[in-house]
Design a protein around this ligand. Structure first.
Ligand SMILES: NC(=O)c1ccc[n+]([C@@H]2O[C@H](COP(=O)([O-])OP(=O)(O)OC[C@H]3O[C@@H](n4cnc5c(N)ncnc54)[C@H](O)[C@@H]3O)[C@@H](O)[C@H]2O)c1
Ligand SMILES: [Zn+2]
Length: 413
């Protein structure tokens, strides 16, 4: 493809682990065999930073590159996307790309090769970047960030350690669930989300238990891709908004935060997502077809908890400090509303409770979980906790404006 389109020098964006494992060797051999020169940028860190993006961009410019190959997980792909955005927008700093439609120019040729089966970044319009100075992690959403080509080769995921297989696979599940239960779905996004959940239901544990199970790896790569298609048009929700704030603040792995948070949010959403969640559970084969909504939704949430437990994913997250929670909740609130079509709006105060629910602290986890469950009760009884009627009206108006923006994005695609 690079030869056909006359490209002469590609920048391979990757990370140090992937390089150490020698995963890019075959790609490098093929580029050399076809007369395409390449340079490598392998400094991407998990929860990639603005500094990563700028360093990759410098490498691209210094070597006079004309294409980018992102070879890695979501961190690598997101860094490569924003590197491309900075190349076409040299005067616009990453900070000013936060939000929707802030890049708006075609990127240099971008090929994405995912090596985790989770983020779906190879097909999404999103890139999530952390400001290393402020620890603010935020999404940049623009349809020009969708890679021109995605190469799904399960062999790149065969060596993925079990723990990363688990958390990245659960990330894909969260994408499909948040896209499906949100208020901005299409027939296509619903169908992709169902396909993703059905594949994850059948193959994630298999891939976790036996990393060399080629069939399971192949289907998980497909699941992550389908979930990516679902959420790139139908968006994610508060699970992601909170997970991003935790990733930015403490470097907590994205999939881990999502996996731990998902059952809590599904509990708290309660009736606002019950019908859609039940529908997804039945269609994806997670519960029997004739289960009523209440039973199907409850069984789905129980299944998520069982999956976490079966793959040794904890029920809490370490290192969350009380004093950081208000700022993280504020950031999650700003990300979720108006951007995401969540089942129901929550404000920063209500989101603060979600951090406490997953906060690792003494006493023992069982006691903590019961206490947290009691604390969340009032939220379930009261549908929307907002400071005043005026604030609520403003928030709903912002939410509607975002819905219009989302329609614009869909129309573009
Ligand atoms: N753009 C999007 O649409 C989107 C969606 C979801 C998440 N994200 C972002 O993606 C990032 C997370 O990406 P991720 O979950 O893929 O993890 P990651 O890219 O951070 O990788 C996690 C770890 O796995 C290692 N690794 C990757 N592939 C490997 C392989 N084949 N074998 C062995 N080790 C391997 C990496 O070196 C790294 O240490 C987060 O920053 C998250 O916010 C983006
Ligand atoms: Zn995600």
């Amino acid at each position: 493809m690079l030869v056909r389109t006359g490209k002469h020098h590609a920048l391979i964006v990757t990370d140090a682990t992937i390089m150490a494992l020698g995963l890019t060797r075959e790609l490098e051999r093929q580029l050399t065999a076809h007369g395409v020169a390449y340079s490598i940028f392998d400094e991407v860190v998990p929860n990639p930073t603005i500094a990563n993006v700028e360093a990759a961009r410098e490498r691209y410019l210094a070597n006079n590159c004309d294409a980018i190959i992102a070879f890695g997980g979501g961190s690598v792909m997101d860094c490569a996307k924003v590197c491309g955005a900075r190349i076409v927008r040299p005067r616009k700093p990453v900070k000013r790309m936060r939000g929707i439609l802030r890049v708006l120019l075609p990127l240099p040729t971008l090929i994405a090769v995912p090596t985790t089966a989770g983020t779906g970044s190879e097909t999404t319009l999103a890139a999530v970047i952390t400001d290393g100075e402020t620890h603010y992690k935020y999404p940049i959403n623009d349809f020009c960030l969708i890679p021109h080509y995605a190469v799904l080769d399960y062999r790149t995921t065969i060596g993925l350690p079990a723990a990363i297989t688990a958390t990245t696979g659960m990330d894909a599940l969260v994408h499909a669930v948040e896209a499906y239960i949100g208020r901005s779905t299409t027939k296509e996004t619903r169908s992709r989300a169902i396909e993703a959940v059905s594949l994850i239901h059948r193959y994630l544990l298999r891939a976790y238990r036996d990393g060399s199970d080629a069939e399971a790896r192949k289907h998980m790569l497909r699941a992550a891709y389908c979930a990516g298609i679902a959420f790139t048009k139908s968006y994610v929700g508060y699970v992601h908004a909170v997970a991003h704030s935790l990733g930015g603040q403490y470097g907590i792995a994205h999939g881990l935060a999502n996996a731990v948070l998902l059952p809590h949010f599904l509990d708290v959403y309660g009736s606002s997502c019950q019908r859609r969640l039940a529908d997804l559970a039945r269609r994806a084969g997670v519960v029997v077809r004739n289960a009523d909504d209440a039973r199907a939704a409850a069984q789905f949430i129980a299944w998520v908890r069982e999956m976490n437990a079966a793959m040794d994913i904890p029920t809490t997250l370490p290192g969350i400090r009380d004093e950081d929670i208000p700022l993280m909740a504020k950031r999650a609130d700003a990300e979720g509303n108006p951007l995401y079509p969540v089942p129901r709006l929550m404000d920063a105060r209500e989101l603060e409770r979600m951090y406490h629910l997953v906060q690792e602290r003494e006493p023992a986890p069982a006691v903590r979980t019961m206490r947290a469950a009691r604390e969340i009760q009032p939220v379930r009884r009261s549908p929307i906790h907002l400071a005043s009627r005026t604030v609520r009206i403003a928030r709903v108006a912002a939410h509607r404006a975002a819905r219009r923006a989302r329609r614009r994005i869909r129309a573009h695609r």
